[in-house]
Design a protein around this ligand. Structure first.
Ligand SMILES: C[S@@+](CC[C@H](N)C(=O)[O-])C[C@H]1O[C@@H](n2cnc3c(N)ncnc32)[C@H](O)[C@@H]1O
Length: 251
């Protein structure tokens, strides 16, 4: 989508950013704005409603996976009133999903370093049913002292080291009420095997960056879930070789 800015608005945008936009117009959300590469290695999210660049983190993957994830969340969270998101990242999922799931309160969380970005997205959207991020590094921070109806986490298990994944499952088991759901989105392996060559390449790419990262096996996760009092109730195929695993907190 191309658009024209008035001369005054154009003058307010640094050339570096404008050139980046022109060259690398990438992802479009006509209702909100678009993402462009600012040329300094970071993606910028430009809010064309105001015609000015808003400097906040942007994950293209969130734009791509939001619609299919929402399709999974909507029917499964119909009765949910309180949801905890682990590893909110940029905060995009929270602001995309929460307005569509208007009867629940979406509690964002992440390590402290991601809070400014999440807060920037929350400020822009001004949603009444998204709560500002709580500091939650699953390995070191205290978990919220609350019973949630659901916990959602996307693309975290392959980023967290083994000990953190273990801590995440143990913590989820503690904060979920009986009957509550844990929905975990991402790529997973089955019986030690990758589900697609692209996942195998992704795993190698992750390990090159940090040997503690890697795609996790569902069998191992099943053990962690059982220890935390959870039972797998759904394993849903998602686009580009991802899955959404859904566990239920048993009594
Ligand atoms: C690839 S990002 C995914 C972000 C977001 N959920 C998404 O789908 O775009 C991985 C996230 O895991 C979080 N993370 C990594 N280690 C963590 C830990 N020990 N505790 C909590 N979050 C962690 C990171 O801070 C980051 O937000």
């Amino acid at each position: 989508m191309w658009f024209t800015l008035s001369r005054n608005l154009r003058a307010g945008i640094p050339n570096r950013i404008w050139d980046g936009c022109a060259l690398l117009l990438r992802q479009q959300r006509p209702d909100r704005g678009f993402c462009a590469d600012a040329g300094d290695g970071r993606l910028k999210y430009l809010n064309w409603k105001y015609g000015i660049p808003v400097d906040k983190p942007f994950a293209e993957s969130c734009v791509e996976n939001s619609a299919p994830i929402l399709e999974v969340l909507r029917p499964r969270l119909a009765d949910c009133r309180r949801l905890l998101e682990i590893g909110s990242g940029t905060g995009q999922h929270a602001v995309y999903f929460a307005p569509e799931l208007g009867r629940l309160v979406w509690q964002t969380s992440d390590r402290l370093e991601n809070h400014p970005g999440i807060n920037a997205w929350l400020r822009e959207y001004g949603l009444s049913n998204v709560a500002p991020p709580i500091r939650l590094d699953v390995l070191v921070d205290p978990w919220p002292d609350a019973a949630f109806d659901a916990v959602f986490s996307a693309n975290t298990a392959h980023i967290m080291p083994i000990a953190a994944v273990e801590a995440m499952f143990a913590g989820v088991g503690r904060v979920l009420r009986t009957g509550g759901r844990f929905l975990l989105y991402g790529p997973f392996n089955y019986d030690g095997a990758f589900t697609a060559p692209s996942n195998e390449r992704f795993d190698a790419w992750l390990k090159e960056r940090d040997s503690a990262m890697g795609i996790r096996d569902t069998r191992w996760l099943a053990g962690l879930a059982a220890d935390a009092g959870m039972r797998l109730i759904e394993d849903i195929e998602m686009p580009v070789n991802n899955r959404t695993l859904v566990w239920r907190r048993e009594a």
